[in-house]
Ligand binder design. Structure first.
Ligand code: PLP
Length: 354
């Protein structure tokens, strides 16, 4: 019986062990020098935008909405085809989610659906760059400008991806990253908020920690530990090589699968994907493919567990692209630690089924 190929796996080595270990040995554990160093390094990678480290992407989304004063009575547009963390964040501040459909070419929020959804109470839109490919930022920014919305970029899946040569995270009023264990770079749990306005960064920093404050205003315990931040700095240094390997695997997959009756991810030099996920679309539906691959010991998933409109009991017919993506998509193993032999096994098993 061949060994199992897992769907995602972090790439952690001696440098991360040493960096985290240094802080553990010193007993410097929380919100100290390593966190500041990680924030500085992250900022340098993102055109000098200010970086505020938090303990998850969810915490980052929550603080972003709070810092922008979004709350009851406000509406926040989110795509349906995404992790439920977005719905949670809107719920934390008691705003109303306005769930819209995606485009099938990139699985990200449809600019047309956004424009149609904007109403009197719409204040903000959260735009995830799905599966590592930048969303249609030019169109989305034009709509955001026209209706004077706030743009929150959700870069949880796309750290290091570029739109017209610039890194994602510098286009929104705020941007949120996740360093959860399945993500492209990881600190176990963890996240970062990126912002260009100093006043917003100050608010985020104030809300992130509750101790020794002059007032009893509601604050949180969302800071990062130093050993995680030390690990994050090392992961950030390795990010370019992680992305190179992911893109190399994606090229191999695309060459292998393009002749078959499937849709492979579309490459666009203006919107460079880091291939957080490599997602195929199988026209007849992905159910039997998924079952067969998993039986072979090659773990594949649907990419999104359950779309938001289904959690909310909204009619599926209003989300035809999300429904289509749920029915037809399949996410294959892709990560730097996936070796050439494993890649070949994925390709051979998948081709036999296509
Ligand atoms: C697009 C997106 N946004 C936000 C999150 C939430 O991040 P975290 O798990 O760090 O809370 C996730 C899931 O990890 C995600 O995929």
């Amino acid at each position: 019986m061949p060994s199992v190929i897992v769907h995602s796996k972090p790439t952690i080595g001696e440098k991360e062990f040493a960096a985290a270990g240094r802080y553990l040995k010193r007993g410097e554990l929380t919100m100290g020098a390593a966190v500041e160093a990680f924030e500085d390094a992250f900022s340098k990678r993102h055109e000098g935008h200010l970086a505020v480290a938090v303990n998850s992407g969810s915490a980052g989304l929550h603080l972003s909405l709070l810092a922008l004063d979004i709350g009851p009575g406000d509406e926040v547009v989110v795509p349906s085809y995404v992790c439920v963390a977005l719905l949670n964040a809107v719920g934390y501040v008691r705003a109303r989610p306005r769930v819209v459909d995606i485009d099938l070419d990139d699985y990200s929020l449809s600019p047309k659906a956004l424009a149609e959804a904007v109403g009197k109470r719409t204040r903000a839109v959260i735009v995830p760059h799905m599966y590592g490919k930048p969303a249609k930022m030019a169109e989305i920014r034009a709509i955001v400008k026209e209706y004077r919305l706030v743009l929150i970029e959700d870069c949880a899946q796309a750290v290091g991806a570029t739109f017209d040569g610039r890194p994602v995270g510098v286009f929104g009023d705020l941007a949120v990253f996740s360093f959860y264990s399945t993500k492209v770079m990881t600190t176990g749990h963890g996240g970062m908020v990126l912002v260009s306005r100093e006043s917003l960064a100050r608010r985020l920093r104030d809300l992130r920690a509750y101790d020794k404050k002059p007032s009893a205003r509601l604050r949180f315990n969302y800071g990062m530990t130093d050993f995680q931040a030390a690990m994050g700095t090392v992961q950030l240094r390795k990010l370019a090589s992680f992305i190179r390997r992911r893109r190399a695997i994606a090229r191999r997959y695309t060459t292998a699968f393009a002749p078959h009756d499937v849709e492979v991810p579309i490459e666009d030099p203006h919107r460079l994907s880091i291939y957080y996920r490599y997602v195929l679309k199988i026209p007849r539906g992905s159910r039997s493919f998924l079952r067969a691959m998993n039986e072979e010991g090659i773990h594949c998933t649907r990419g999104v567990y359950r779309p938001l409109h289904r959690y909310m009991g909204l009619p599926p017919r209003r989300y035809p692209n999300t429904e289509g993506a749920m029915r037809r998509s399949v996410s294959l193993p892709i990560y730097p630690g996936l070796n050439d032999k494993e890649c070949r096994r994925v390709i051979e098993a998948a081709r036999a089924l296509l």
